[in-house]
Design a protein around this ligand. Structure first.
Ligand code: ATP
Length: 492
């Protein structure tokens, strides 16, 4: 991480806390590792990102519907999906510092360090060795690689390592009040399985015809071995996932379609295309026949924000096998041979985006420390240039002073606008200070009520980005704000 970007990232994190976007969880008890709370502005921003996603997936597609499945699910689901046996990371402990690490991450860090030193040949050998060990699930070999590469614990600086063990990332708990009744259940590590097990419920009750999709937004839980980089890797996080059910043999057409469509969704927010890249997977998960990540150029480098996976018929077939219930769809359409396609288990293209990573991306992308100095005086502001539809507060209303009936007039406008928009009323401090506070949370416009407003019912609007001001009739405010924050601008 270079110095400058490190600095910007730190500033974004402290800004997020200072202005009520993200707080460390349980802070008064010194926090809980890799768990975060969203504050008053964070909760609004997060809801708006969800709305943008939901609208673009569900509202804009006649053949996609949304569901909300429970976090608790029958434990057999996770056996069928492969999570009980396979959802694990290789971990290793340092006996001196008692710290736990992901074995592959330690090696990755060493590779990055070698690269930085220009020892690219050595780095390449290490990478090849690690890939081979991971592929063969050879834990003993992973340890040997760590020892041979002289990797030490960043805390104790020793190479006094335990063996490498597989560590399952699922959280488990007990369901049922009585000990004899209770059975182990899991907190879901992904929302997708709630969609798979409801596939026929939705298809039948909604009379859905293939191809069709089911979307869902919800919490997922992973006991990550190491948690880093703020809300990039959390133990409790939120996913926005969509499973698109297609006729076998057509999956690559839909894979390409969703690969393009999802990047378009990201760019719809006005982010420059250079900030994004695709990363094709070369090592595929057991269920996939193609997979690509959409990565964003964070201050600490490109990181996955979203995955698009062609999951074949793996999940539905597994559920058919484990539940003993048919997971087939009857396709009445006629094929080239003039006969109906008939019964089959559909193939699935999945789009899976992490809401929290998208939140951080949106914060970083919007954050600007702007120098406003003139020859006479030094000045600056922090402004969050959110797309207006995503802004936590759409407009702030200020009486110029706290007297002469101005607060009453401003309140009257506020009471009207709050029926349609998230608005805020502020009368404390000078107008300039109030502008700065709203800039810092990304409010697209501020409306000031002054003495003239009492006479001719006009107000001053000040725009966040240009800082320009204009005088407008107060009864035009709904229209002006409505156009500014319209979802249509992002979705078109
Ligand atoms: P990574 O390789 O970074 O661990 P992943 O490939 O395991 O991610 P998926 O299982 O494909 O991730 O999950 C889909 C999305 O969920 C990711 O693109 C990411 O945005 C988000 N996500 C996954 N794990 C976490 C986490 N621990 N904290 C926050 N978001 C996460």
């Amino acid at each position: 991480m270079s110095k400058i970007t490190d600095e910007v990232f730190k500033n974004v994190v402290s800004h997020a806390k200072e202005y009520g976007f993200v707080f460390p969880s349980s802070e008064i008890y010194d926090g809980l590792s890799a768990v975060y709370d969203y504050g008053q502005n964070g909760a609004e921003l997060k809801n708006n990102i969800k709305t943008y996603w939901w609208k673009s997936m569900v509202q804009m597609h006649e053949n996609i519907v949304g569901i909300d499945s429970a976090i608790f699910m029958h434990p057999k689901i996770w056996k069928a999906s492969g999570h009980v046996d396979g959802f694990a990371d290789p971990m290793i402990d340092n006996k001196d510092s008692q710290k736990r690490y992901r074995a592959d991450q330690l090696i990755e860090d060493k590779i990055a360090a070698l690269d930085a030193e220009g020892k690219t040949d050595e780095a390449e050998v290490l990478q090849t060795d690690m890939d081979a060990a991971l592929k063969a699930e050879d834990l003993q070999r992973l340890k040997e690689i760590i020892i041979d590469a002289r990797i030490v614990c960043p805390i104790s600086k020793t190479a006094n390592w335990t063996d490498v063990r597989q560590f399952n990332l699922m959280f488990s708990t007990q369901m049922g009040a009585m000990a004899e009744e209770s059975s182990e259940i899991y907190l879901r590590p992904e929302t997708a399985q709630g969609i798979f097990v409801n596939f026929l419920n939705v298809q039948k009750s909604g009379r859905m015809k293939i191809p069709f999709g089911i979307a869902q937004i919800g919490k997922a839980f992973r006991n990550e071995v190491i948690a880093r980089q703020f809300i990039i890797r959390m133990r409790e996080f939120e996913q926005m996932e969509m499973q698109f059910f297609v006729r076998p043999g057509t999956e690559m057409i839909w894979y390409d379609y969703w690969k393009q469509a999802r990047l378009k969704w990201h760019l719809g927010l006005g982010t420059s295309a250079e900030k994004y890249r695709y990363h094709d997977h070369t090592k595929l998960a057991h269920y996939a026949n193609a997979a690509v990540d959409i990565e964003y150029d964070f201050p600490f480098g490109f990181k996955e924000v979203e995955g698009i996976h062609s999951r074949t018929d793996f999940d539905l077939s597994q559920h058919q096998k484990f539940s003993g219930k048919k997971m087939q769809y009857f396709d009445p359409e006629l094929g080239e041979d003039g006969k109906p396609y008939g019964n089959y288990i559909p193939f699935v293209i999945e789009t899976s985006i992490g809401l929290d990573r998208m939140f951080l991306l949106t914060m970083i992308n919007a954050y600007e420390e702007e120098d406003l100095s003139t020859e006479e005086r030094q000045d600056s502001r922090v402004v969050l240039r959110f797309p207006p539809a995503l802004a936590p507060v759409k407009a702030a209303i200020f009486p110029l002073t706290k007297k002469d009936g101005l607060p009453e007039k401003a309140r009257e406008i506020m009471d009207r606008l709050k029926l349609d928009f998230a608005v805020q009323y502020e009368e404390k401090d000078a107008i300039g200070k109030r502008y700065r506070r709203q800039d810092a949370i990304g409010t697209p416009i501020c409306i000031t009520v002054d003495h003239q407003s009492l006479e001719d019912n006009t107000v001053t609007i000040r725009h966040r980005d240009s800082m320009e001001q204009e005088r407008v009739p107060a009864d035009q405010l709904e229209k002006i704000i409505g156009e500014l924050v319209s979802w249509g601008k992002l979705l078109a």
